[in-house]
Write a protein of this length. Structure first.
Length: 274
């Protein structure tokens, strides 16, 4: 009787282990499918025809409150744009502690006013990255900003991601603690709009270049992260969980079925024949 209970308990444990590892394997496959769908949706957006001034002004509203990337209309994000307008250079901000190619420096943000008749709309442009002077952390890097009418191209994205900052530094807006420095930890577009009076749109533009000028960069590095579905790691995790599930089945079959029932019967049969 104790052997029977032991067999039942081991069988139940093996069944639970197989169910758990299999479910984790299928969960990883589901995560891979979700990420692949997101990747394909982004790729579809990036392949659309670029918007110009009038389309941007008509489809992207002026910001009225804090912008959360998760709440933005997904049909607007990642869309390519080609715009004409002028830089508002004196409103440029430098976001510190931003990395590109493994180096720490600034993201350069400059508002861009669309050309008439859409000149009531201003969009924050993530122009690129510049290194920081760590000998003088208050020093602003020199950034060339063309004057007059210019053409730029890029893609619509959520505002720059926010980094953690201490409460003493303020609320993470465009001008925390009412400081006048143009070096900021974060930039809240809604607060920036209120403080500056500019009609900022609720999205930002990640600049990839100057329209019609191959290689033009204004001295900025624009090696923006490439979108990757990242499904391979989920397939790897799924393989591990399914492999563990198969291992549990094989061990159970060998120790609880073959060695318990078939081998003793075979030995008994050979003894009877002998």
């Amino acid at each position: 009787m104790p052997d029977l209970w032991r067999f039942v308990l081991i069988s139940v444990a093996a069944l639970l282990a197989v169910a758990l590892t299999s479910s984790l394997g299928f969960w990883q496959l589901g995560r891979a499918a979700q990420k692949q769908a997101i990747f394909e949706a982004i790729a579809h957006q990036q392949a659309l025809a670029p918007w110009h001034n009038a389309q941007l002004a008509a489809n992207v509203p002026v910001v009225t409150q804090g912008v959360n990337g998760a709440d933005l209309p997904q049909n607007l994000l990642h869309r390519p744009v080609q715009l004409q307008g002028s830089w508002i250079a004196d409103q440029t901000l430098f976001l510190e502690n931003r990395q590109m190619q493994g180096k720490v420096g600034f993201y350069v943000l400059t508002p861009f006013r669309l050309a008439a008749p859409d000149d009531r709309a201003v969009i924050v442009v993530q122009r690129g990255w510049v290194p920081r002077n760590f000998m003088d952390r208050t020093a602003l890097p020199e950034v060339r900003t063309p004057e007059g009418l210019v053409s730029i191209e890029g893609r619509l994205e959520a505002p720059p991601s926010k980094l953690m900052e201490f409460e003493a530094r303020g609320n993470g807006g465009a001008d925390p603690d009412e400081q006048k420095s143009r070096i900021r930890q974060n930039a809240d577009i809604a607060q920036w709009a209120r403080q500056s009076g500019m009609p900022l749109l609720g999205l930002s533009l990640v600049q990839t270049g100057m329209a019609g000028e191959a290689g033009a960069s204004d001295g900025l590095l624009r090696d923006w992260p490439q979108i990757n579905a990242g499904v391979q790691k989920h397939y790897g995790y799924a393989f591990q969980w399914f492999g563990l599930s198969i291992l549990v089945v094989l061990l159970y079959v060998w120790f609880q079925l073959v060695r318990r029932f078939f081998l003793p019967r075979r030995v008994a049969d050979e003894s009877a024949r002998g």
